[in-house]
Design a protein around this ligand. Sequence first.
Ligand code: ZN
Ligand code: ZN
Length: 166
Amino acid sequence: MNGTSLKLTIELVPSTSWWKSLRAKMPKDEWDAIRKSAYARFGYRCAICNSKGRMHCHEVWEFDDARHVQKLKDFIALCEMCHYVKHIGLASVKASEGELDYNEVVKHFLKVNSCDMRAFEKHRDDAFSRWQECSSHEWRVDAGAYEKLRSQMLDKKQHRLFEESL
Ligand SMILES: [Zn+2]
Ligand SMILES: [Zn+2]
């Protein structure tokens, strides 16, 4: 969806009520399993800047602009700051509520991408206008990665239940 060479990009996705309501209903152990498998896969390091510490789980979406389908492609491990860059809209809301220093988020972007403020502003503005354009369409959701993980987990669970019943 963006033709940028930046390592850490802003990913504003059209509001995915499907995913939000799914997450809200998802049992905690299911989300924990998704989360933890992502952290383990990336060696408990941020998939983008490689830093350690408390990890966040980020959903990666792929957009088919022609068919207006958004596909849940992957779950990746990110550090808190990279995650705030991804969701910079949320970061600025948190900053306005005094929960976060927006400048720290921008600084992280500049550091990881080794770029200047102008590059950040351009990328942010592009991301927002792309988001506006995206939000003017209805998107169909393809649960891709989630369905795959879920069936793997169910398999494991069934396997365990089976073993326990022996
Ligand atoms: Zn990071
Ligand atoms: Zn995220």
